[in-house]
Design a protein around this ligand. Structure first.
Ligand SMILES: Cc1ncc(COP(=O)(O)O)c(C=O)c1O
Length: 443
């Protein structure tokens, strides 16, 4: 442990943190020599493994050759190459990429970009964004406004810009008490209802995670949901922003998670794994037509930042993509992901406190419940997720926490290993989670 009395203002102030001194592959080592297997790559950031020499070399080379230029003064080869490579992999028509530094910034950039597209089209009355409850889009004020995670929003609610939320497509806890497919996708139709209520001519964009991230632990929308959402957006001239900060770039076994659902967004956000965790980098991809609307109109997006389009961060991301391609990592995730899900189901599926196991590729959520039949959650005061996290930590395994799935209660653990994790690594992670669940919640 390090001293809690240093000069750093940390996120958690009442508990101390261990100092990490080395990270290689799927392993992190602390100052005392304890080894942790990184079963979630932090918050599902580390995809190509820790400590990749190729990224270090690319970053060092970029800094030596040309470290910083202001994005309104110059461009550079690393930025141009990254945008081209992402455009080649992106859903149909997404042809231009705007780079920022965090997922929150990417989300705010997308929300602003949607608004400016409407302005350029002569529709200044469109300014409203609709998003979903139980979503996560970041914690800066603009991103928090669209985020639907109550505990993060409540303290700052009076400061948040106007935003509207509809229920999430969370079949395990259907907000309408219905069952798929008899529900008729009621949760998707909630978007149309919200658009009617707000006035269709006032709505700018609908924003959603393609596959839900940490807030409700890797919930995959039911078949037809995103297509229905796309149809509703089209009917009312509302732009669809898919947030793939968590689930994009191979995490689900496709380059973009939207590919699973055959849906093409107007805008898409990326972050986290884009640099494999080595540099602060995020991106917004936009349809060519929308880009041309702005180019042919005012000719400038009213946005930017000192560190936008950063040469060094983009060099890191190009090195990440080189590794993806050389090691065929998206295929590895597509092929191994279902096996990871099967391993989780086999080890934990029958446990009386495991309510649901869901996910895609290398992102899986294991939801814990007090009662399996009624799906009653543990009260938040029991801190089930936190206890499991600490038990796993002591056991040398790191997983990501998810809480507040059922009202303010609810617990889940998120498994999201680096894509280079071997089958043995995956078994170790699953086995450790199984042990922790039994030790904490009984057999
Ligand atoms: C889907 C999604 N969007 C946006 C964000 C915000 O990203 P950041 O923490 O880099 O600001 C996150 C972070 O977890 C996320 O999962």
């Amino acid at each position: 442990m390090t001293s809690i009395d240093g000069a750093v203002f940390r996120r958690q102030l009442k508990s101390d943190l261990t100092r990490a001194v080395e990270a290689r592959g799927v392993w992190i080592v602390d100052a005392a020599g304890k080894r942790f297997i990184d079963g979630s790559g932090g918050p599902l950031v580390v995809n190509v493994g820790h400590g990749r020499e190729e990224i270090a070399a690319a970053v060092a080379e970029q800094i030596r050759r040309c470290d910083y230029v202001h994005p309104t003064m110059f461009t550079g080869a690393s930025v141009e190459a990254l945008a081209r490579r992402l455009a080649d992999k992106a859903p149909r028509g997404i042809q231009r990429f705007y780079f920022m530094t965090s997922g929150s910034e990417a989300v705010e950039t997308a929300v602003k970009l949607a608004r400016q597209i409407h302005l350029e089209r002569g529709q200044p009355q469109r300014y409203r964004t609709i998003s979903r409850w139980k979503s996560y889009h970041g914690l800066t004020l603009g991103a928090l406004a669209v985020t639907g995670r109550t505990t993060f929003r409540t303290p700052f609610a009076p400061m948040l810009p106007e935003n509207h939320h509809i229920p999430a497509p969370y079949c395990y806890r259907c907000p309408y008490g219905l069952t798929y497919p008899n529900c008729g996708l009621r949760c998707a139709d909630a978007l149309e209802e919200a658009i009617w209520n707000l006035g269709p001519q006032t709505v700018s964009a609908f924003l959603a995670e393609t596959v839900s991230g940490a807030t409700i632990a890797c919930v995959v929308p039911p078949p037809g949901y995103l297509q229905r959402i796309r149809e509703i957006c089209d009917r009312y001239g509302v732009l669809l922003i898919l947030d793939e900060v968590f689930c994009g770039l191979g995490r689900t076994g496709h380059w973009f998670a939207a590919e699973h659902f055959d849906v093409v967004p107007d805008l898409v956000t990326l972050g986290k794994g884009l640099s494999g965790g080595t540099a602060a980098l995020s991106a917004v991809g936009v349809q060519r037509d929308h880009f041309e609307t702005i180019r042919g109109g005012s000719g400038a997006f009213m946005h930017g930042g000192t560190y936008s389009h950063h040469l060094v961060a983009c060099a890191a991301a190009n090195a990440v993509l080189d590794i993806f391609e050389a090691e065929d990592l998206v295929t590895r995730v597509a092929e191994t992901g279902p096996r990871l899900g099967a391993m989780l189901r086999q080890r934990l599926g029958d446990h009386p406190r495991v309510g649901d196991i869901r996910g895609l590729g290398f992102m899986w959520g294991v939801e814990l419940v007090a009662d399996r039949d009624s799906r009653r959650p543990f009260p938040r005061a029991d801190q089930v997720t936190e206890k499991l996290y600490h038990r796993l930590y002591d056991d040398g395994v790191l997983l990501y926490k998810s809480t507040g799935l059922a009202g303010l209660d609810g617990d889940a653990m998120v498994v999201g290993p680096p894509f280079v994790a071997t089958d043995d690594d995956l078994e170790q992670i699953v086995e450790a989670l199984g042990r922790a669940v039994v030790a904490e919640l009984g057999s």
